[in-house]
Design a protein around this ligand. Structure first.
Ligand code: AMP
Length: 226
């Protein structure tokens, strides 16, 4: 069993899931005038929903809750709280996944209070029902056991953070380690083989060296910056 359960989600799955979600919304008979994406995770599903539901108006709010991949922050914060008048609009708030639900709760509170929409509904591709503090009006997948869904739009960011976490937290990576050893630890930690990540593995290692997080040594890599 890996330390952090991760599922790599493909672009094809995202299109398929969003299409499934759009059918559920359509079949409910409700149609939004405006779609609001919750940044950043809601962007791709929101854009695809515009396509599948034939909606032209797309805007966003940024509600942040997770500090890095699979590590939650104490509190969600809403950034750039601009105001618009939505008093004659049916608004659909869209996110990728409802985990704790904190970011959506915050976004919903803000929009209801400041934008005063005629109606506000919430849609997400996935809902982690055992832990979520809210249930979206529309969702496609009810996730019964917590997993980090590694969505395709955060692949480089997540892989870089996953690698860094090994160096920070695993005793065996305290000193420099070879790339093969790093791969072995990565599989043990996340249950994913770096070969499944194609060019992202190499890109992540390059990015971490550029940022000064990792240093290349004769043998392999070591943590440069704590
Ligand atoms: P939350 O406020 O906990 O519902 O989550 C806020 C955002 O963090 C989500 O919209 C996702 O973009 C990201 N996130 C949270 N949990 C997960 C997860 N288990 N897998 C992938 N992304 C997640």
């Amino acid at each position: 069993m890996p330390r952090v359960r991760v599922k790599l989600v493909s672009w094809d799955e995202i299109v398929e899931w969003t299409m499934g979600l759009s059918k559920i919304i359509e079949e409910s008979g409700w149609k939004p005038d405006v779609i609001v994406a919750v940044a950043r995770g809601g962007y791709v599903p929101a854009r695809l929903l515009c396509d599948f539901l034939d909606v032209t108006d797309l805007i966003s709010v940024q509600s942040q809750h997770w500090v890095e991949a699979a590590i939650v922050a104490e509190k969600a914060i809403l950034r750039y709280p601009y105001k618009v008048d939505m008093s004659d609009k049916r608004v659909l708030l869209v996110d990728d996944i409802v985990d704790t639900g904190e970011s959506l709760i915050l976004a919903r509170e803000f929009i209801t209070r400041e934008w005063k929409p005629l109606e506000l509904k919430i849609a997400a591709l996935q809902w982690i029902s055992p832990v979520a503090k809210m249930k979206p009006d529309y969702y496609l997948i009810d996730v019964k056991e917590w997993i980090w869904f590694q969505y395709p739009w955060t692949r480089l960011e997540d892989i870089s953070q996953f690698i860094t976490r090994i160096f920070r937290e695993d005793e065996r990576a305290r000193e420099e380690i070879t790339e093969d050893k790093l791969k072995e630890l990565f599989i043990e930690w996340y249950g994913i083989h770096p070969s499944e990540l194609s060019h992202y593995w190499k890109l992540a290692l390059e990015k971490l060296q550029k940022k000064g997080t990792l240093k290349k040594t004769d043998k392999g890599f070591k943590l440069e910056k704590k």
